[in-house]
Design a protein around this ligand. Structure first.
Ligand code: SF4
Length: 381
């Protein structure tokens, strides 16, 4: 996948450029270096949406720039507020696709969950986005613009403190556009997010995890979701390419800054990955990896063949991990009445990717989930 820096009309996407690239572009127009500094501040400190608003730039420069480049790239097509204050924002991309971001307020922070692709190719079996298939990679500008435009809309109410790449898409399947976006988000003269407050979450693309450790300083989260290759091959077919031993070996040598940990996300699926043996295997798998475990109650969506683990099971699982000194939390499910919760982003199209066959011993679990009413056990919310 290549870097995307221009729209279909050949206009440059300014928010696809890192600061040094913007400086080069300004120089190529015959302008002094301070112009790049001004432009950068308008993009990321003032967060204006057009060249017209950049009042300290000469009219001549603004007109020349507007002829060949663009400022905003996304068009906001809706904001929906769930009863718990979570907001789902929908955006039209440059190619007319629809992506989503979710702003999640808590007492201590406001986290924006952003998308990195239109749909996703990874085909995790519990995920609604997977049913879209991959329809395209987002440019750096489309990734960054989710943050810029959300701040523009909600800055006064909810200042964004954390960014997680956990919306639509596998960010490490689009590293050429995601890595520059992390540099722009953390630039101290612009959006100025701490590296510790930006998290890239992956299904486990081993070569790109290695690259992430070398090329960026942001935090890493890994969707684990199973403790044996048999189950992970099914619920996350990417495991057939990068099995657990290879993934965990890579994480053991991931260059973590002092005091930091990798987060393992673990979606709790009733009768599939939530046994006491699974908890014991997590302890073994994560040995020697500074980490924390985030247990995620499964959010059912229409047509899913999975059910959420009962609350007592999730709590027992957590307690087993805590007893082994693994830092473990249960993620509070947010925004589910507006389909803004984890694994609920996107709309499946008519041609869905092929489902993976469950191992023989899980066929009855899947059949029961398909037959019975989907459990929405309120205690998991
Ligand atoms: S969980 Fe993430 S990586 Fe897996 S299919 Fe969904 S969006 Fe893609």
């Amino acid at each position: 996948m290549d870097r995307i820096t221009h729209d279909r009309d050949g206009k440059l996407l300014l928010k696809s450029l890192t600061r040094s690239e913007l400086e080069e572009w300004v120089a190529s127009l015959g302008e002094k270096p301070y112009r790049a500094k001004q432009l950068w501040r308008w993009l990321y400190l003032q967060r204006v949406g057009s060249f017209d608003e950049m009042s300290d730039l000469s009219r001549d420069f603004r007109e020349r720039a507007a002829a060949v480049a663009r400022v905003d790239v996304l068009r906001c097509t809706g904001t929906h507020r769930a009863s718990d204050g979570t907001r789902k924002l929908t955006w039209e991309t440059l190619d007319g696709g629809q992506i989503e971001s979710v702003l999640i307020p808590t007492e201590t922070r406001n986290t924006l969950c952003i998308s990195s692709q239109l749909g996703c190719a990874i085909n995790c079996q519990f995920c609604l986005t997977a049913k879209m298939g991959l329809r395209g990679h987002l440019s750096t500008a489309e990734i960054v613009d989710q943050v810029v435009q959300t701040r523009r809309q909600f800055e006064d109410e909810q200042r964004i403190s954390n960014i997680v790449f956990m919306g639509m898409g596998e960010p490490l399947h689009n590293p050429e556009n995601v890595f520059p976006a992390t540099r722009i988000l953390t630039d101290s003269d612009g959006l100025n997010l701490s590296h510790r407050k930006v998290t890239v979450s992956t299904s486990g693309l081993v070569p790109e995890i290695r690259r992430l450790g070398v090329e960026t300083r942001v935090r890493l989260a890994v969707s684990l979701n199973a403790t044996t290759d048999e189950v992970r091959d099914w619920v996350m077919p990417i495991n057939r390419r990068y099995p657990l031993a290879e993934l965990m070996g890579t994480l053991r040598s991931f260059p973590l800054p002092k005091g930091e940990r990798i987060t393992f996300e673990y979606v709790m699926l009733d009768g599939v990955n939530d046994s006491d043996d699974d908890a014991r295997r997590i302890v073994r798998l994560t040995a020697q990896i500074p980490c924390k475990i985030n247990l995620i109650p499964f959010n059912p969506h229409p047509g899913t063949e999975f059910r959420p683990s009962p609350r007592e099971r999730v709590e027992r699982f957590r307690d087993l991990l805590l007893a082994k000194n693994l830092h473990t939390t249960i993620r509070e499910t947010r925004g589910d009445d507006r389909m803004a919760a984890c694994g609920q982003l996107g709309k499946p199209g008519p041609r869905m990717p092929k489902r993976a066959d469950p191992p023989q011993r899980f066929r009855s679990v899947v059949a029961e989930a398909a037959e019975g009413p989907t459990s929405t056990d309120d205690s998991t919310r």
